[in-house]
Design a protein around this ligand. Structure first.
Ligand SMILES: [Mg+2]
Length: 243
C-alpha cells in the first residue's frame, strides 16, 4: 500500500462502515442469533434485543439499550464487554462454519481495490462493530487485507458520533501527519453514519444498500452524496473526487 503518496492536503482517508455497506448477513437480523445467547450467559437476559432496530448503532450501544430496562447500567455492560465479545464471536464463528453467514456486497471488493490503487486515498474502518467482530466479518468475506490502518470501532462509545475523532487521532498518529476533518470521508448506509461525519466535519457518502434506509431516507439527512450501491466503481471514484 502506498501511504500518502500525494500532497498532505490532497490525501483522503475513506472510513468504511461494514454492515449494509461492505457486506451483509444473508439472513436479516442474524446477529441476534449470536448476540442474544451471549447476553443471556453473561447477564441472565437478552432484555429487549429481539425487538430492537439497530441501524447504525455501536455494539456497546446495542448491548446497553437491550439491557437498560433490566436494570443494568452502562458501566456494568462495559465492565463485562470482554466476556460478551468472546461469547458472541464464538457464536458468530459457529454460525459461519455451519453455512455462509455473511456476503460481500456487489462492488465492495472492486471499490476497495480501486481506492488502494490511488495514492490519494487510504482505506480505513469506522464501524459500530467491536474491533474483533469487524475483523472476523471482513475475514469471513475475504476483505480483511484492505484494512491495515487503525480505525474506530464499536467498543469505544455508545454514540457513533464519537468515532470520527478517534479515527482521525489514531490515523494521524500512524501516518505521522495531522489530518483535517474534511480529509475524512465516511461511507455508510444509515443516517447515523451521516450524522457522525457531520458532527465531526467529515464528508459523508451514503450508500443505499442497507436493509433499513432508501435513498430518499438518506437524502433527508443531507449527505454529500448518495449512491445506490457500490457496483459502479467509476461512479464512486467520481463522487469522491468531487467532494
Ligand atoms: Mg451499516
Amino acid at each position: 500500500m502506498v501511504e500518502g503518496g500525494t500532497g498532505a492536503a490532497g490525501l483522503r482517508v475513506v472510513l468504511w462502515d461494514i454492515d449494509g455497506t461492505l457486506l451483509h448477513s444473508r439472513r436479516h437480523g442474524a446477529f441476534k442469533e449470536y448476540m442474544a445467547p451471549a447476553l443471556v450467559r453473561v447477564f441472565g437476559t437478552a432484555g429487549r434485543l429481539d425487538e430492537m432496530v439497530v441501524s447504525g448503532m455501536t455494539d456497546l450501544q446495542i448491548f446497553t439499550e437491550a439491557l437498560h430496562g433490566e436494570g443494568f447500567t452502562a458501566e456494568q455492560v462495559r465492565e463485562r464487554l470482554p466476556e460478551l465479545i468472546e461469547l458472541f464471536l464464538g457464536g458468530m464463528r459457529r454460525m459461519a462454519d455451519e453455512g455462509e453467514l455473511f456476503q460481500a456486497l456487489p462492488g465492495a471488493r472492486e471499490s476497495l481495490e480501486a481506492l488502494e490503487r490511488e495514492p490519494r486515498y487510504l482505506n480505513s474502518l469506522l464501524t459500530g462493530n467491536v474491533e474483533p467482530a469487524a475483523r472476523l466479518k471482513l475475514r469471513l468475506v475475504g476483505l480483511e487485507d484492505f484494512f491495515r490502518l487503525p480505525g474506530a470501532f464499536g467498543e469505544l462509545s455508545h454514540d457513533r458520533r464519537d468515532l470520527p475523532a478517534v479515527a482521525r487521532e489514531r490515523i494521524s498518529r500512524h501516518l505521522g501527519r495531522d489530518l483535517n476533518p474534511e480529509q475524512l470521508v465516511v461511507i455508510g448506509d444509515t443516517p447515523n453514519d451521516i450524522a457522525c461525519a457531520r458532527h465531526f466535519g467529515a464528508r459523508a457518502v451514503a450508500v443505499a444498500t442497507g436493509r433499513s434506509h432508501t435513498p430518499a431516507d438518506l437524502l433527508r439527512h443531507s449527505p454529500d452524496a448518495v449512491l445506490p450501491d457500490l457496483a459502479d466503481t467509476e461512479l464512486l471514484l467520481r463522487t469522491l473526487a468531487a467532494l
